[in-house]
Design a protein around this ligand. Structure first.
Ligand code: BEZ
Length: 254
C-alpha cells in the first residue's frame, strides 16, 4: 500500500492544514539546534518550511509528484526530492529524520525496510522523531466503514497500519535504533466545515472503494456519516477520533 493514494494536493493544503499545525508540536522532541533534518513524507512542505524557520537545515522527501509540485510552488527556496520512504538513497547523513502523519500509510511488510532506510540516512547518534496514527486510531471511523461495507455484502480492507508502542518499539530496535521516548494518546481533532467528516473520508479513504461505482460509494459514505453523527458530531463540529503514536529514537552507535 506504499502511499496508496493519488493526492488532491490543493484540497489537502486548503482543508487539512491541521495536519501540519499539530505536527509542529513535534519539533520540541528534537534535541539540539541548527541540525540537518530530512522531513520524510514532507507532503506540501509546510513543516519542512517551518523546520527551516525554526533554524534547522531541513530538506523534504516525498513519494507524491503532485504534493511536491505544490511544495515547490509554496516554498521555492526549500530543497525537495521525490523518493519512496522505504527505498531511498539519502546521498548524505542527517542529524535528524523527522516524519509527521505519514508512516501509517506504509504497509506493515515494508515498515522494517523503511526503518532501515531511515537508519542508514542518519549519522551515528542521529535522531528519528516521528508521529503516526497509533493503535486504535480512527477506530470508530473504520468500524463504521466496515459495518457499511458488510451491509452492502462487501469486505472492508483496512488501508492503514496503526501500531501499538510495543509493536513499534520492537521494529525500531530490530532496525538499529534505541527508543528513548514513546507515547500513545487520544487527540480528537475538529474537522473543517459542515461536511467535515464526509470531506475527510473522501480525501483519505480511497483504496477500499477502488472498482466500486460512484453511486454505491456515495451510499456507503452517507451511511458512515450518519452512523457516526452521534459519536463524532458535537455542537456543530465534526471530530476525527485520532490516536497518536509519538516517538523519539536514536541510531545506535555500535
Ligand atoms: C492520521 O493522521 O492518523 C491519518 C490521516 C489520514 C488517514 C489516516 C490516518
Amino acid at each position: 500500500m506504499t502511499m496508496n493514494i493519488q493526492w488532491n494536493a490543493k484540497g489537502y493544503t486548503q482543508n487539512f492544514s491541521f495536519v501540519h499545525q499539530y505536527g509542529s508540536d513535534l519539533f520540541s522532541l528534537i534535541e539540539g539546534q541548527g541540525l540537518s533534518v530530512l522531513d520524510l513524507g514532507c507532503g506540501n512542505g509546510a513543516l519542512t518550511h517551518q523546520l527551516r524557520q525554526a533554524g534547522f537545515d531541513a530538506e523534504g522527501l516525498d513519494a507524491s509528484p503532485e504534493l511536491l509540485e505544490t511544495a515547490r510552488e509554496l516554498w521555492p527556496d526549500v530543497p525537495f526530492r521525490l523518493g519512496d520512504a522505504a527505498d531511498f538513497q539519502a546521498g548524505r547523513h542527517y542529524d535528524v529524520v523527522f516524519s509527521n502523519a505519514v508512516l501509517h500509510w506504509i504497509d506493515p511488510d515494508r515498515q522494517d525496510a523503511m526503518l532501515r532506510c531511515v537508519n542508514r540516512a542518519l549519522k551515528p547518534g542521529g535522531q528519528f522523531i516521528f508521529e503516526l496514527g497509533g493503535y486504535g486510531n480512527n477506530a470508530l471511523i473504520h468500524g463504521a466503514l466496515e459495518g457499511a461495507f458488510t451491509q452492502q455484502g462487501r469486505t472492508y480492507r483496512m488501508p492503514f497500519y496503526f501500531p501499538s508502542i510495543g509493536q513499534y518499539a520492537a521494529r525500531l530496535e530490530g532496525a538499529g535504533f534505541k527508543a528513548t521516548y514513546a507515547t500513545l494518546f487520544d487527540r480528537p481533532t475538529p474537522l473543517n466545515g459542515d461536511d467535515g467528516l464526509y470531506d475527510w473520508l473522501r480525501m483519505f479513504i480511497k483504496t477500499p472503494f477502488q472498482g466500486m461505482d460512484s453511486a454505491e460509494e456515495e451510499a456507503i459514505l452517507r451511511e458512515v456519516v450518519e452512523a457516526l453523527r452521534p459519536a463524532l458530531y458535537r455542537d456543530g463540529v465534526w471530530y476525527s477520533d485520532y490516536v497518536r503514536l509519538r516517538c523519539r529514537a536514536v541510531k545506535e552507535t555500535v
